[in-house]
Every structure is written in structure tokens, then in C-alpha cells.
Write a new protein. Structure first.
Length: 415
């Protein structure tokens, strides 16, 4: 009994350590900034003089610019994380997206808005994967899901803060606050220590082990399957906020419900996300099986999405409630992100943990393209329902190609 109690205390101290809280605070700022445009899209573009028709089209272009930055940045930071260290990425990425966010506060034209969101996206791409990698290597036992979960939930708190800011503050001030918060946190990050597993793995460079890059994933069949499956498993957790919640005013209006505020949708939704994620983390620790938990949450999300798509809405409250309930499906993101880090060796872990979630985010670009393509013929509701059904089915199918990783040792290299 004494041994169990001691281990429990060690876990609590680790959860409150600088290794978790400093990257977690950065991920809070990351998510604050990542979703800010989704929340201030309408009022910021209106302020820049765009019409209602232009707002939807230009808004999608700006979101796609940010997502393209995430894709490019994920490769840059992933390779840097595996070759130069996890801490180096956490320092450089937060500097880039904080400065880009500050400059966004002074934007005057839409093309400049898109360009700055592109550079912001490059910076934001390094936050999630490097933080998960550093924390998962600190928690080298069956409890690492708690550490990664704490980190990710801090990020979701950032969405709630962004929702409050977007509803009550001028949009330019929101971007300014995000930039200042990032620069303040940059100084705290110098106190972080590099991963000991990464430091140990550096000695393998002379033995010909490859560190970082996409080539090791693309040329190896089993790694390629795990890599693509990781992207597909996480897709629903990207589709819901980036497509469904972000376009909620247009979706609701087409269903006869005017006046929906995307900042409120994202705020209510991420409240449900936090509750669902806490349950997913605890359940995975209880049953010691991440894959089963992801499957349960994917199926639940699929059923709630079907209900959301088919419901005959009579009020804005009904729309807010049902769309927010989709947040409970996000257990796939927090548990899935942990599993992604556990699927690969130390020499490729940062690349995998950084590129997989961000390539998944980048899938919003083709999702948006399909919605735009289908909207004129079948309407926005049917278009988003078609994309959503495809996303959930792909995620469920991908689970057939991955193995559970709970408790897997992390101190090994891919050869």
C-alpha cells in the first residue's frame, strides 16, 4: 500500500510540474489564437468593409491560409524537434505566432489578414506536437495519459477564454492580448529542461539512425499505415470545431434559426469538450486501453452528429445544445494524441506528434473545398452532413489498423 501511495504522489507532483504547466500554458495561448479568427470572422471582416457574401468566401480563404501554415509549420517543427530538441521548438514557435498575432491586430486589408494568419499557422503548428512529445517522454509509464490530458485540457481552456474575449472585446484587442500572452510565456519557457530520452537518443546518430523527416514514414509500410490511420482517427475532432461550429451561423440560418454566435457555440462546445475529455482520460486509465476509449467516443460522436443533422430545430437554444453536445466526441483528440506519441520511437516521435495532428487540421482545406463545391447544388446543410458522415466513417475504419499503446515503453528508436 505504501508503494501505491508513493506512486500516486509522484504523479500529482508531475502533473503540476513545469514540464506540464509551462507547455500547457503555451498550448492555452495556442488555442486562444488558433480559434480567434473563427470567432471574430464576421465582425472583423465586416469592419474591413466586406459584404455578407464576401465574408463567407474570404473567411474560408483566410482559414485555409492559416491551415496551410499549420501544414508547412508542422513539418518544420517536427523535424527540428527530432533533430535539435523539443525545447528548441517550444521557444521558437511561440515567438513566431505571438509576433504574428500582434501584427494581426493592426491589419487593414483582407490579403494582409490572410498572410499574417499563414505565418501564425506556421508558429502554432509547433505547440501541440512538441508539448505532447516532451510530456509523454517525462511520463514514461502507464500514467502519461494524465500528463498529456492535462496539457490538452489547458489548451481547451484557451478556447473558452477566446470565446469570452471575442464576445466582449474589440476584435483587434483580442489578437493583441493573444500576442502579449505568448511573449510573456516565452520567458517562462527558458526554465524548461530538455527530454532525457531525447538526450539519450542523440548518441544513436553516429550509428546511422534517422532523426525526423517524413521519409521514414513514407518508405516503411507498417509506419505508413500507422501514420495515415493516426490522421484519420483524429479527423472528427477537427471537423466539428473548424467546419461545423465555425460555420454555425450559416448552418443555423439555413435551418431557420437566425442570430447564432460562433463564439458562443465554440464556448459552449469546448465546455462539453473539457467534460468529455476528463471522462475519456479517466476511463482510459481505468480500463488501461486507449483504443477502446477512442472507439467508444467515435461511435458516440457519430450518433450525436446524426441527431444534430436530422433534428428539426424550433429555437436557437435547441441548436446551441445539440451542437455543443458534439464536444463530447473529443475524447478521440486527447486520448488519440497520446496514442500517436506512443506509436513511434524517440527519433521520430516529435515529427509524428507534430505532423499528424496538424496534417489532420490541414484536412479542413479539402473539407472546405467539398462544402463549397456541394453547397450550390444541395445546400450548406446537406453539404456539411455529407462531409461529416464521411469523416466519422473514415475515423471508425482507421481504428481497425491501429493497436492499443497503453503503457508502452518510450525509450526506443525506430530503425
Amino acid at each position: 500500500m505504501a508503494t501505491v501511495a508513493s506512486e500516486s504522489k509522484i504523479d500529482v507532483r508531475a502533473l503540476l510540474s513545469a514540464t506540464v504547466l509551462i507547455p500547457g500554458s503555451g498550448y492555452l495561448v495556442d488555442m486562444f489564437d488558433l480559434f480567434m479568427f473563427n470567432m471574430v470572422r464576421v465582425k472583423s471582416l465586416t469592419d474591413l468593409g466586406l459584404t455578407s457574401e464576401q465574408i463567407t468566401h474570404t473567411g474560408i480563404q483566410i482559414i485555409n491560409s492559416q491551415l496551410l501554415g499549420l501544414i508547412i509549420g508542422s513539418y518544420i517543427w517536427g523535424v527540428l524537434g527530432d533533430r535539435r530538441g523539443r525545447k528548441q521548438v517550444l521557444l521558437n514557435s511561440i515567438l513566431l505566432y505571438s509576433l504574428s498575432s500582434l501584427l494581426t491586430a493592426f491589419v487593414q486589408v483582407d490579403w494582409c489578414y490572410a498572410l499574417l494568419r499563414f505565418f501564425t499557422g506556421i508558429g502554432l503548428a509547433g505547440e501541440l506536437g512538441s508539448g505532447i512529445t516532451l510530456i509523454s517522454e517525462k511520463f514514461s509509464d502507464g500514467r502519461r495519459g494524465l500528463g498529456v490530458g492535462t496539457f490538452i485540457i489547458l489548451g481547451f481552456v484557451g478556447v473558452l477564454l477566446a470565446s469570452a474575449a471575442a464576445q466582449y472585446l474589440p476584435w483587434r484587442l483580442c489578437y493583441f492580448i493573444g500576442g502579449i500572452m505568448g511573449l510573456v510565456l516565452l520567458f517562462f519557457r527558458f526554465a524548461l529542461k530538455e527530454s532525457t530520452l531525447f538526450e539519450s537518443a542523440r548518441a544513436m546518430k553516429e550509428s546511422g539512425v534517422t532523426f525526423g523527416g517524413l521519409k521514414p514514414f513514407l518508405l516503411n509500410g507498417s509506419r505508413r499505415i500507422k501514420y495515415v490511420s493516426g490522421i484519420l482517427v483524429l479527423l472528427p475532432s477537427v471537423f466539428i470545431p473548424q467546419i461545423l461550429w465555425s460555420l454555425s451561423p450559416e448552418i443555423a440560418l439555413a435551418r431557420g434559426v437566425p442570430g447564432i454566435n460562433p463564439a458562443q457555440i465554440l464556448g459552449y462546445g469546448y465546455t462539453c469538450v473539457i467534460i468529455g475529455d476528463l471522462f475519456a482520460i479517466m476511463l482510459a486509465e481505468k480500463i488501461k486501453d486507449r483504443k477502446l476509449v477512442i472507439t467508444l467516443f467515435s461511435v458516440t460522436g457519430c450518433l450525436v452528429f446524426a441527431l444534430f443533422s436530422l433534428w428539426q430545430y424550433q429555437s436557437a437554444m435547441q441548436f446551441y445544445v445539440l451542437s455543443s453536445c458534439l464536444g463530447f466526441a473529443f475524447g478521440t483528440w486527447v486520448v488519440g494524441a497520446t496514442m500517436v506519441a506512443e506509436m513511434f520511437g524517440t527519433n521520430l516521435r516529435a515529427t509524428a506528434a507534430t505532423t499528424i495532428p496538424n496534417f489532420c487540421r490541414g484536412c479542413v482545406i479539402p473539407m472546405n473545398a467539398v462544402v463549397v463545391l456541394l453547397k450550390p447544388s444541395i445546400g450548406i446543410v446537406a453539404a456539411i452532413s455529407t462531409v461529416g458522415a464521411t469523416v466519422f466513417l473514415l475515423a471508425l475504419a482507421a481504428l481497425c489498423f491501429v493497436k492499443d499503446t497503453y503503457g508502452r515503453a518510450m525509450d526506443y528508436a525506430e530503425t
